[in-house]
Design a protein around this ligand. Sequence first.
Ligand code: 5AD
Ligand code: SF4
Length: 460
Amino acid sequence: MTARTPKLFVKSYGCQMNVYDAERMADALAPEGYVAATSAEDADLIVLNTCHIREKAAEKVYSELGRIRKMGEENGRKPLVAVAGCVAQAEGAEILKRSGVVDLVVGPQSYQRLPDLIARAKAGQRPVDTEFAVEEKFSSLATPARPLATRGVTAFVTVQEGCDKFCSFCVVPYTRGAEASRSVAQIVAETERLVAQGVREITLLGQNVDAYHGAGPDGRDWSLARLLYRLAEIDGLARLRYTTSHPRDFGDDLIAAHRDCEKVMPYLHLPVQSGSDRILKAMNRRHTAADYLRLIERIRDARPDLALSGDFIVGFPGETDADFDATMQIVDAAGYAGAYTFKYSPRPGTPAAERETQVDEAVKNERLQRLQARITERQAAFQRSLVGRRIEVLVERVGRHSGQMAGRSPYLSPVQIDGSAAAIGEVVEVDVVGVGPNSLFAAPAGGAREDIRMLAEATA
Ligand code: 5AD
Ligand code: SF4
């Protein structure tokens, strides 16, 4: 009898860095013969790639572990179960105590050691590896070499990991550790390989990506802007994005890159968290609302069609009605094309969690709803402002209906193109003819037809 090919199922929660890390885990396990399982039921190794940013996200791990236990009891198979990601880093051995189904715990800096950890888990050891060695992770992980079919035409590349900002609400500096940048050579090599596989758009990832300062080929530290210009030289690469930035690290050269580097998309995720200076100070953000607005103005001077996105926290300890009003005001003043909103969630070990001025849950809920409603209005207004405009779309896949292709605008909005003969991976010009709740409807440039517009409105 031949041995069964081992199958891996990674379930990722939280941010895009976890999505990227899931690929790196698959790459680290490929030499061991692991292939992707289609579901948890079918897997020999289940990895929960977790998020610790808010309590709700962290608690999901334990409900998922409960489901895995039940699944094992029902079908009589016991796959290996690993907890990875930021909950693994933050809670370590605690997870083994809380859940008997877990065979191993591995933090984000240790995925290159997965084969060894699995061998130890198979021998019944229940290993925990939460060492910090970012450099080792960056250098020893094999560069991915899987075909286009699994990667599509867009991909993430991690360029920086960790954060030294210590916003008083945030666990990232503790779970992902000190800020560290990959070298330019590594990033260029990985990007070139992805582009050779058909990738047209790269999103550079980092918890504090605009603080990037990786070693350049000249032996000096390069900024994010310099890295973007270098990557833009790669033939076949059409688009560059990066996320997430901090207002304090946004350099003049990055502003200039938005003006001068055509491949850098006019889209920016730049969280402000609150519009109140008092709260920003308590959050240890180290900038004021006015600093933020001035910065946005300067970036818009360089790139007037910039689509701005952000993150907001409501109900930070001590937040008054007046503080919250300031947040509502900054939403209008900054002009967001979209934003993510969160209720403050006290995280163990962070300074804000210790404060006695925690805001009532009912107040948080009410503020969240008001803020979300305002942002949804803004988002819809931004989408509507594109109707009638000619934009470029990177075609990513076939659309939902026959004759439709789907892709994204420079502003990251999903676009459905009717009657397009474009191929996946092509950047095409389209006329935006309508908006739906989540996407734009478009026709090939110059070919906008009345019936398409009507169809778009009927669907909207
Ligand atoms: N509570 C609520 N939201 C948080 N975020 C980070 N930490 C917390 C917390 N403790 C939000 C911030 C950050 C985004 C990734 O998650 O808005 O930008
Ligand atoms: Fe967390 Fe971002 Fe602040 Fe760093 S800059 S501490 S990752 S919110």
